[in-house]
Design a protein around this ligand. Sequence first.
Ligand SMILES: NC(=O)c1ccc[n+]([C@@H]2O[C@H](COP(=O)([O-])OP(=O)(O)OC[C@H]3O[C@@H](n4cnc5c(N)ncnc54)[C@H](OP(=O)(O)O)[C@@H]3O)[C@@H](O)[C@H]2O)c1
Length: 324
Amino acid sequence: MKAILCTHFGTADDLELADIAQPQAGPGEAVVRVAAAALNFFDTLIIAGKYQHKPPFPFSPAAELAGTIESVGAGVTELVPGDRVMGYMGWGAAREAVAVPAQQLVKLPDTLDFERASGLTVTYGTTLYALRERAQLKPGETLVVLGASGGTGLAAVELGKLMGARVIACASSDEKLAFAHAHGADEAVNYAAEDLRDALRRLGGEHGIDVVYDPVGGPYAEPAVRSLAWLGRYLVVGFAAGDIPKLPLNLILLRGCDIRGVFWGSWTKREPLAQLTLMTDITRWCADGKLSAHVHAVYPLGEIAAALQAIADRKVMGKIILRP
Ligand SMILES: NC(=O)c1ccc[n+]([C@@H]2O[C@H](COP(=O)([O-])OP(=O)(O)OC[C@H]3O[C@@H](n4cnc5c(N)ncnc54)[C@H](OP(=O)(O)O)[C@@H]3O)[C@@H](O)[C@H]2O)c1
């Protein structure tokens, strides 16, 4: 069967399309025939050796997938061959079939297609954990989302609206902001054209911003923290801009605000049952049409280099999917 293999750290052009043996389901595992594998920003880092996880070689990128159960190993009772599932595995999904721990797979409702389902777990899982568990976002609060048209950003716009917040989408182009607006954002800031601090001062008014969701970092973090309300919460989600911001701590003191780290992958290991509940909500909302799980483009497995380049070039709105 075909698999994308990373045999050494490098660029997307160093990835190889190889023939490898079919996987076997070990105890507690299920083999999934992959119908769709979703890419994330961190796939651009993991193949370069710049991510927090450095898998042993050779490995396949792509952390999440959707497909059909082909076989199950000893002890697996909740899944049977033929079941439609989606799941998360950190890396390894860019291949035609893969063995996954059964507890990391969730059955799909009939109305949810494989391509949208494959990209649901990381972005919406991270974001619901961030907004619900870390920020404790309340109805009527103002939520600022940076990088609002990206994978996690779009999830924050949609989940923020679903949780009753007033959502201010921030992104680098009017096209991206129109996209965020079409997915529920109430207001928009083009931070490539307007100073972010001025815009958030105007939109936050005297009260300020209750919650900032930041998957971008770089030059936007400090103006976003300066916009926080008393008891505001700033969610550290990621650093797509490259630079890890350093903040003057007097800003936190003066606003009586919190900086809260969001490490969803670690939380899923510490709280597997809570993660299952969260994914059940997300899957149902997506099947009911309350979340879009928007797919920007679908690439054949062999075109993974172009797919990763689109993410690195900041061109993507929603998700990039691979079809093995
Ligand atoms: N903490 C967690 O548990 C967790 C979970 C998942 C992902 N993450 C992290 O969250 C970040 C975003 O992930 P994602 O999948 O949402 O990425 P994405 O879909 O590629 O979106 C990232 C956004 O960042 C903005 N950006 C600014 N400078 C950029 C640059 N130099 N290159 C690329 N994008 C840039 C872009 O929006 P504009 O053009 O509008 O600025 C882009 O839409 C990543 O750092 C990822 O590792 C963290």
